[in-house]
Ligand binder design. Structure first.
Ligand SMILES: O=c1ccn([C@H]2C[C@H](O)[C@@H](CO)O2)c(=O)[nH]1
Ligand SMILES: [Zn+2]
Length: 135
């Protein structure tokens, strides 16, 4: 369970990440924050590269920070950017979110105008490839 106070903290953490976005090519800042099931918060920004395909999105930065510290289960996730409506995570991030969450794990997509859409990874990535597909 995530409290309203935790949601606000996560929204602020995601927004704070916009300032750290390394975006000399797109100039499009993205921030993400996750609460792990063991109560830790990790946040991340997008990090671009002159070899464009090596760019790491904000969502994956936040998740990889958490996983690298031993926290592998997402309880709640917030993503934000300067989009017209709530931001839409890319396909690669949807797959990575799927690896470290449950189908009903809530994901709050926002923007800097206060628009919000709370969704789930099963809605964002129906038919995700899972480890069980290899059984
Ligand atoms: O949900 C998204 C969508 C895009 N980006 C980044 C990747 C790249 O740096 C820039 C433009 O695609 O935005 C993210 O970090 N997350
Ligand atoms: Zn992405």
């Amino acid at each position: 369970m995530v409290t309203n106070e935790q949601k606000e903290t996560l929204k602020q953490a995601a927004t704070d990440m916009l300032a750290h976005a390394y975006v000399p090519y797109s100039h499009f800042q993205v921030g993400a924050a996750i609460l792990t099931t063991d109560g830790e918060i990790y946040s991340g920004c997008n990090i671009e590269n002159s070899s464009y395909g090596l760019t790491n999105c904000a969502e994956r930065t936040a998740i990889f920070k958490a996983v690298s510290e031993g926290h592998t289960e997402i309880e709640y996730m917030v993503v934000t950017g300067n989009t017209e409506g709530p931001i839409a995570p890319c396909g690669a991030c949807r797959q990575v979110i799927s690896e470290f969450s449950h189908p009903d794990t809530p994901i709050l997509l926002t923007n800097q105008n206060g628009d919000e859409q709370e969704t789930t990874i099963k809605d964002l990535l129906p038919g995700a490839f899972k480890s069980s597909d290899m059984d």
